[in-house]
Each structure stands twice: as structure tokens, then as C-alpha cells.
Design a binder for this molecule. Structure first.
Ligand code: ADP
Length: 154
């Protein structure tokens, strides 16, 4: 499983998912419904954008989950959690979550994949900010996100 907020999904996320899809038989992208952040897009919009952006990957599915990531993993027989690492600055936060998740469910492991370096400076909050000011985001997000962003800020 690849859990996250995906508010919205970016080409950095897609890059990580494509790598995971080559390594695992199936990959489930799990959109967190109840993030501590107030999302720009609700979970239905985030699900629709992610699903449309991943149709080229037949072994990848997308779902929404309200609750702990490790509980989803236990309930669905997931044994690997994939997270993306862009820079050293991601490490401390990811390290804490991974160790806590392992403490909660020792049989679920977290692995980290690095995206192509062209996406290392990319995050969803920058995209939301650029979208708000109607900047060109076509180098950073899938088409479905460009369209959703245009509707949101029309
Ligand atoms: P969260 O809100 O849990 O941080 P995100 O949706 O922002 O979730 O990201 C999900 C995962 O994808 C995290 O592991 C994050 O580090 C990673 N990620 C986010 N943006 C990128 C990117 N541009 N390239 C690679 N990984 C990324």
C-alpha cells in the first residue's frame, strides 16, 4: 500500500507508484480521509484524480480510508507500506511514522522509494498554492489534476 493525503496527487507520487508497481504484484494507493490537515479537495475528488491518473497501471488500485494506516494494512493483508523520500528533510518525520507503525504491527514493513530527481522539490502544498494563483502546473501534475484545479478556482 502507498498511503498519503494526495491533495492533490502529483507526478512525484505517480513516479513512486510506477516504481512500486514494478516491484509488487499489486499496489493499493490509500487516500487518508481524516488527515490532520484540512484538505483543498475532499476525499471523493482526491480519489477521482488519483484513479484517473493511474489508469495506465493495471495492478494499481485506489481507495479511501478513514483511520490508521496500519489498521488498513492488517485488515487487508498488506505486508509492505511504501513511502516516498525526496530529501533528508523528509527523513525524520518518515522515520518516526515507520517505527511507530512497526511497533503497532511488527509484521508490516515500510520501504522508501526515491522519485526521479526532477520531482524532489515537488509537494502537494506548492501545487495548491500555484493553482490558487492560476499558474501553469502542467509540468508537475497529471491532466486530471489540472482540470480539477481549474474547476476549483474558476
Ligand atoms: P502525507 O500527507 O502523508 O505526507 P502525501 O500525499 O503528501 O502524504 O505524500 C504521500 C507520500 O508520498 C509521502 O511518503 C511523501 O513523502 C511522498 N511524496 C510526496 N511528494 C512526493 C514527491 N514529489 N516525490 C516523491 N514522493 C513524494
Amino acid at each position: 500500500m502507498y498511503p498519503g493525503s494526495f491533495d492533490p496527487i502529483t507526478l512525484g507520487h505517480v513516479d513512486v507508484i510506477e516504481r512500486a508497481a514494478q516491484m509488487f504484484e499489486t499496489v493499493t494507493v490509500v487516500i487518508a480521509k481524516n488527515s490532520k490537515k484540512t484538505p483543498l479537495f475532499d476525499e471523493h475528488e482526491r480519489l477521482a484524480m488519483a484513479t484517473a491518473s493511474l489508469v495506465h497501471l493495471p495492478n494499481v488500485s485506489v481507495t479511501v480510508h478513514a483511520g490508521l494506516v496500519v489498521d488498513f494494512a492488517q485488515e487487508h493483508g498488506v505486508d509492505v507500506i511504501v513511502r516516498g523520500l525526496r530529501a533528508v528533510s523528509d527523513f525524520e518525520y518518515e522515520f518516526q511514522i515507520a517505527l511507530m507503525n512497526r511497533k503497532l504491527h511488527p509484521d508490516v514493513s515500510t520501504i522508501f522509494l526515491m522519485p526521479h530527481e526532477r520531482y524532489t522539490y515537488l509537494n502537494s502544498s506548492i501545487i495548491r498554492e500555484l493553482g490558487r494563483y492560476r499558474q501553469d502546473i502542467s509540468d508537475f501534475v497529471p491532466l486530471a489534476v489540472i482540470e480539477a484545479m481549474q474547476r476549483k478556482f474558476a
